[in-house]
Design a protein around this ligand. Sequence first.
Ligand SMILES: [Zn+2]
Length: 174
Amino acid sequence: MPKTHWKKLHNPNYFGCWCFEEGMDMVLTIRHVTQEPVKDENGRQEQCMVIHFAEPGAKPLICNKTNAKMLEKLCGSAYIEDWAGTKIQLYADHNVRFGKERVDGVRIRPRVTLSGPAPILCTDCGKAISGGEFGGKAYTAAQIAGINQKRYGVPLCAECSAKRKEEADHDADA
Ligand SMILES: [Zn+2]
């Protein structure tokens, strides 16, 4: 069994590297930036800069200094109020320095190069919903999101939809 480094444990309430499809960037729109208390893995609270996104289902991103400096450059302003409405392209960097070690981190690209429709994000896990084949039928990401929107009132990925179904079936048994 591979062991789990504590730094790899993620806070599911916030945007993280697990939100990406392997090797894929994601473009999201900043709704607003706040300073708010964030609990770390030891339950300690710390004031952090947090970016909230306009796209439904997108988890807020805890903004570190590197990303804040990139945003200042991208937006041409050091004031967080001026960052609202900006589209940013995010990627998972597997080589972020954390003291002497390298860990995964979310980074902002210097410019937006991706075009096309915005990703549809899963409300439960925050990942971009991807298409797939179910019961021998191919579904697009939009179709999967739509089906779950009807069923659960929120867009969900296939995995989280299956989880909710399992929970609902379990509740029905009880
Ligand atoms: Zn999900």
